[in-house]
Design a binder for this molecule. Sequence first.
Ligand SMILES: [Zn+2]
Length: 238
Amino acid sequence: MNATVRRTTLRWSLLGAGAAAGSHLLPAASWLPPVRRLLPGLSGRGAAGHVALTFDDGPSPPGTAAVRDALAGLGVRATFFVLGRELARNPDLGRELAAAGHEIAVHGWDHGYLLGRGRRRVRDELAHTRDLIGETCGTTPRWFRPAFGVLTGPAVCAAHELGLRPVLWTAWGKDWTATATADSVVRRLEPGLVGGATLLLHDVVPGPVTAAALPRLAALAAERALTLGPLGEHGVPS
Ligand SMILES: [Zn+2]
């Protein structure tokens, strides 16, 4: 166990202890950049030379289809954090993503804040989503990203119980805003497109904007000798 792994393990132990004690303070602040920097595993900091590409909130036409087609054109695979409710509505899209080699992960059953939801409800929702991914896509998810990046004590405990690892992001494209364009997404992500980064994008609203940004992000990654891929190949420390 090297020093980095020891530090990471200690931090996860502290996070777990806080959760077990019923303290929601640290987990609920998980989306804040200083908290994510303190927890490199939680923020998805991976191997130098690799960048994890992740998409949240689908699967939902036409955004997911546009992102799927853009990735196919680039020969890039990614991780899709799906909502169980959306997967239930659009099982074929989920199946197509998995068949194309993309990793399917858990974003939750719906997109509500987890704050105020008890452990039993959170566990049931995560289990339901995990099981639906298994039945629909034929894969076992490894990752969990809470809506809005806000983890809670019950969610940390439920994820641990279900074999799901919480992971957030190191940089986002703010592609969900009403004024987002492919230009704005690329400009916002460019400083964070570095080795070990985990990029957060969305395959729903507005999916075509996100899809249009992908070729330029792929070109930037190639210029910087970085490989884009799913979290499962990112080397996130345990
Ligand atoms: Zn989301």
